[in-house]
Ligand binder design. Sequence first.
Ligand code: UN1
Length: 499
Amino acid sequence: MNAFECLQSLGVDVRALDGGDLVSRSPIDGTELGRVRVADPAQREQTVAASVAAFLQWRRVPAPRRGELVRLFGESVRRHKQALATLITLEVGKITSEAAGEVQEVIDICDFAVGLSRQLYGLTIASERPGHHMQERWHPLGPVAIITAFNFPMAVWSWNAALALICGNSIVWKPSEKTPLTALALASLLDAVARDFPEAPTHLSTVVHGGRDVGESLAADRRIPLVSATGSTRMGRDVAVTVAGRFGRSLLELGGNNAIIVAPTAHEDLAVRAITFAAAGTAGQRCTTARRLYVHASRYDSLVSRLQRAYASLAVGDPRVAGTLVGPLIDATAFEAMQTALADARAAGGRVHGGERVAVPGLDGYYVRPALVEMPHPCAVTARETFAPILYVFRYETLAEAVAGNNGVAQGLSSSLMTRDLMESEWFLSAEGSDCGIANINIGPSGAEIGGAFGGEKETGGGRESGSDAWKAYMRRQTQTVNYSGALPLAQGVQFDVE
Ligand code: UN1
């Protein structure tokens, strides 16, 4: 299926796809896939106003009924999994299995949200006053803005959308400028389900295309109590400051600079597979991608030479072809950033293996051989996130030193330790160990399941999306005290008697 056929099978009005000013190009070969219209200020205003109106209705629908809408949406995504995955491959360049995996994340979070729609539990609290009871209730919050990045153009929106919807909120989506078509496709499936759902108001889910100014206007809009944003730390800082300036809430999932530590007892076969998937998979374009590797001195030579062999054998090329493991980078800018980082690493004393452009006959995209870079020590280039398949490798002597390295960057998303030593693994997971939002043993830092809270500390932004109790970010908490006593005792024993 080509993009046009995918979109048609997903119910998108394809006539709307020419004449727009935002061009979607396939990273596979640079061809134009379609065009969409950027939302001008008047349309943005209309969209937010409509989203407020939708919220006012949707919040009155019982949560389990809201869950039913999400269940139907999840069913629709299941039925259209193939076309959605193909579209991700075409617009982002993911290999087929990873594209299908991303759609599976959408399905999984819908299932999770359906169950959750009957479990938005509050607490009951013992009151100190006789004849009183206290409780906490969770209420819908308002329209939620969802700003997403190109690299997970469906999954990250769905983590937010599924939870926001069951929590009683309307949603406004600003997808990446690089992936407008995947957004259109997924949103149109939701629209179709909502149209047939009696309690769903129109404009419950809306999409506004555009660049930075669109994101900024959502961040500044007082009618939007929560802005969930995924992307670079620079973008997140702007959003956070703007949203905080109006006392809104932001939920941020920003840059990662994730490390894997390979300890003396690590299982080598497992380590090689885990590292290669985490560092080279998705062409290094996950926020959870492994970017730094700390190898114990006793394992260094053997592991690094095995990794070099594994890297040299990786099939780089057309992501649509079975057997390809590494597809293209998203665009020329990503390729240039990768080459700049490799030059900086060389200048800092790094030994670079791989990293060169790979010619793929007939395909005018940016294909690269993933790079392994042996570094003498951490430095500026290894401290920054370059969204490309570059793995910086360091040698270490003590676990304390490796964990200090893991924690010694500004980002704090994900981390891994490969070990069969219980004391090491427990220490890594303890308060003294990894400082990241995600810490794994004997798996890489990427490929998280939706059931856990997803996000990281420090410059990763502190937000948690997806599983666990992440839903609480999408609701407002109200503490309620009810007096059924007929008297008016005051808390803390305060006396205030009036005639
Ligand atoms: C992202 O790269 O923004 O854990 C999200 C993972 C995926 C999600 C990544 N489940 O790698």
